[in-house]
Design a protein around this ligand. Structure first.
Ligand code: ADP
Ligand code: ZN
Ligand code: ZN
Length: 723
């Protein structure tokens, strides 16, 4: 017997399969990890296939030394998935296999946690303990409690009394595995009667295939998801659900925990190593049948999957921003196909790509146009900030927003203020000579953080001293740029000094548990205002939030990105969806400097279909995705000449591809990236736009990128971020 082995080393040259002899005394199965001899060393590898013959000459074949574990860590479905992902995303086998195994498992550094438990032995002679009062107390305690942790007992009664009882052989001590499960605050399961819309949705999602569940914010998609999951469980199957990392809020997690109890495993980036290890093992062993997690949870080793759900399917976080680059939705579709189960993509604002697929009949559309509570969506008022300036108000808040906030405070309700920028102000600039404070390593402007009185680079984290004088001309007329969360909070403080104002952004939630703490504090204070970035846009369900203020809606609009209008629409809809979720009517104040832009008209009317039509039309005319494919190849290296050289080599090879497929390639050019330098690496790129469909062309383009030995090369199809 021979084994095809992928060596667990992430190197281009090793990205093949190597044949090894399986020794008769080893029980090797596909998916196992093995130790093998390789170039004079012992390396680990994954068995991806077993076969009866090998084309390698017998005298060149070596034998497997031993197995790492005595079971297959990579299940059959995942071996297939690896092959699919390598082809689809141009990835190396090892980097894909590593995605499948959390480092806690792969590196073997984390172990199961065991605790010693104590219970009473059989022959206890209480009389013998008459003079040992403490020991008697322990015995009586154990008679009541039956079984407790040894550590707890020692803490309660002291080491010596416990020890004495152990010596008398009065106690049984057993070692048991403790399951480290992520902390989730408990709350009772809220049972609701499904609405007609929800029932219809459930009725239509039965057969295999992909469904786009388009339901307005508050339409009760979560309840539909949970019923789909219950249905899978009733059919003895498992379920997999992806949510964006930032909407894995304590609220969402406790809702699922309340409904599915021990059957659920949670996977997100805030788990400790031990928690991740235990959750993964529970899934692997089939104990956890429902997996809810962020992007990489799509690789959870569940078997016999009955439903896959992707909530907020339009979220860009489902595509990984760094190598290995993959798109979790494509992976989800592949897993659904393998398991012959439905895939449900849910959103209030589906991506233009996916909605177009529904229009084209490639996937099925299921709609939930009304809120579950029967209440209308909050009214969105567009506020023209140019008009504010004309009438002499140059602050960041319109008069309307301030008076609405005052009303909320007066009624002891709550408001959320959304601003998509953390820090105090986005740049510092000299009014005299135009000098702009930028990061030495990154070619981006620095952000002022008042809390620690520093300028920070949001790309590399480097910190700088604040400018009090211009380093170029010496002037002290320093101007601060567009506002961020910190500044909004401090301005609100000065307007409403007695009101609780909380801030939620990357800076305030970096510590474990702080996210939850902020939300709990907000939930328990009235009146109160929560100021935040994207983080407050999703998943939150606060009954008393009656006002949402969007401070600077244009911010996500004018970017060099073909999806920026779509993003702006999505963001407004998501944020607005936080208001008026209970019996109280909600309102949204949307501040903009370009109130006539079509995105605001559609967003204010919650007219997704109208927006889609307009947007799809524009993209069709301009031949942008989903009506074409954009490939971006990003080269970076600390030596600018190296990047330029290697980019040129690649470009020359690309010219030949363009010649060959002249009719399919709409556009191709090489250039500096919009951000020319990040962390001291120079960035150059090739942008190619090609007609949809032919994967062959994409593959040939990819092959052109392989001769860049020094630069790091990032290959993206329809990139999420073009900067
Ligand atoms: P979505 O995810 O579509 O934005 P949610 O799932 O968060 O909406 O639901 C919004 C609110 O409506 C939640 O508070 C939820 O408990 C409630 N809800 C959902 N379904 C029903 C129902 N059938 N009857 C009453 N309330 C419901
Ligand atoms: Zn100056
Ligand atoms: Zn930097």
């Amino acid at each position: 017997m021979f084994a095809s082995v992928v060596i667990d080393q992430d190197a281009k040259a090793l990205d093949k399969v190597f044949d090894y002899v399986v020794p008769a005394n080893l029980d090797v199965k596909t998916g196992m990890r093995v130790f093998v001899p390789f170039g004079g060393r012992t390396l680990q590898g994954f068995v991806v296939d077993l076969k009866n013959t090998s084309s390698v000459p017998a005298n060149k074949l070596k034998s497997i030394y031993s197995c790492v574990e005595n079971f297959s860590v990579i299940k059959p479905e995942m071996t297939k998935l690896m092959k699919f992902m390598c082809d689809e995303f141009h990835l190396r086998q090892t980097s894909v296999l590593r995605l499948f195994l959390p480092s806690e498992i792969r590196e073997g550094k984390v172990r199961e946690l065991f605790e010693k438990y104590v219970s009473l032995g059989n022959n206890i002679d209480k009389n013998a303990l008459k003079r040992a009062k403490k020991q008697l107390e322990i015995v009586e305690f154990l008679e009541k409690e039956q079984k407790v942790k040894l550590s707890v007992l020692k803490e309660k009664f002291g080491d010596s009394a416990v020890k004495a009882l152990i010596e008398k052989k009065f106690l049984n001590i057993e070692k048991e595995q403790v399951h480290r499960s992520p902390y989730v605050c408990s709350r009772p399961d809220k049972k609701v009667v499904l609405s007609r819309q929800q029932n219809l949705a459930l009725e239509s999602i039965k057969e295999n295939g992909t469904y786009l569940l388009h339901g307005v914010t508050g339409s009760g998609k979560t309840e539909v998801y949970m019923h789909l999951i219950s249905r899978a469980l009733e059919n003895q199957k498992t379920a997999l659900m992806l949510v964006p990392e930032i909407s894995l809020t304590p609220q969402v997690m406790s809702t699922f925990r309340a409904r599915f109890g021990d059957k659920i495993a949670l996977l997100h980036s805030n788990l400790s190593a031990g928690e991740r290890f235990d959750e993964w093992r529970r899934i692997f062993a089939g104990q956890a049948k429902v997996v809810v997690g962020a992007r990489s949870a799509i690789f959870a080793p569940v078997e016999n999957v009955g439903i896959i759900i992707v909530d907020e399917e339009h979220e860009q976080s489902y595509v990984s921003e760094s190598n290995p680059r993959y798109d979790a939705l494509t992976v989800a579709a592949q897993r659904a196909k393998y398991n012959s189960c439905p895939l449900v993509l849910g959103s209030a604002t589906p991506s233009v790509d996916d909605y177009q697929k529904a229009v084209d009949g490639e996937i099925k559309l299921v709609e939930m146009p009304d809120r579950a509570n029967g209440k209308p969506l909050p009214r969105i008022q567009i506020i023209d900030m140019m008009n504010e300036i004309r009438t002499g108000n140059s602050t960041v808040f319109s008069t309307q927003l301030i008076s609405d906030l005052a009303k909320v405070i007066n009624e002891k309700k709550q408001a959320m203020i959304f601003i998509n920028r953390r820090g105090y102000s986005s740049f510092m600039m000299c009014r005299e000579c135009g000098y702009l404070a930028i990061c030495k390593d990154c070619d981006v402007s620095l952000v002022y953080h008042r809390e620690d009185n520093r300028l920070k680079c949001h790309y590399c984290g480097k910190q700088y001293k604040v400018l009090d004088k211009c380093p170029k001309c010496g002037s002290d007329k320093i101007k601060q740029g567009a506002v961020g969360t910190e500044k909004i909070v401090s301005e609100l403080h000065s307007i409403f000094p007695d009101v609780k104002i909380l801030r939620m952004d990357n800076d305030t939630v970096s510590k474990k548990g702080s996210h939850q703490k902020i939300l709990e504090e907000f939930a328990s204070t009235r009146p109160s205002i929560l100021v935040g970035t994207q983080m407050i846009a999703k998943g939150h369900d606060f009954e008393d939030v009656v006002l949402v203020g969007i401070v600077d809606a244009d911010q996500s609009l004018y970017r060099s990105d073909y999806r920026s209008t779509e993003r702006c629409f999505q963001l407004i809809t998501q944020v607005s969806g936080r208001a008026g979720r209970s019996q109280f009517e909600g309102k949204v104040d949307l501040q903009t400097y370009s109130p006539k832009h079509y995105v605001y008209k559609f967003a204010a009317n919650y007219d997704y279909k109208g927006f889609f039509k307009k947007e799809a039309n524009i993209r069709k005319t301009a031949q942008f995705p989903p009506f074409s494919k954009i490939i971006r190849i990003l080269f970076s290296h600390y030596d600018e000449n190296v990047v330029k050289d290697e980019l040129k080599t690649c470009y020359n090879r690309l010219l030949k591809v363009r010649e060959k497929y002249f009719d399919d390639i709409i556009y191709m050019d090489a250039m500096k990236s919009p951000i020319k330098k990040i962390k001291n690496s120079f960035r150059y790129q090739v942008i190619i736009r090609l007609k949809k469909g032919k994967k062959q062309i994409e593959d040939e383009i990819f092959d052109c990128t392989l001769q860049a030995p020094k630069s790091s090369v990032f290959f993206e199809v329809n990139p999420e971020n073009m900067s």
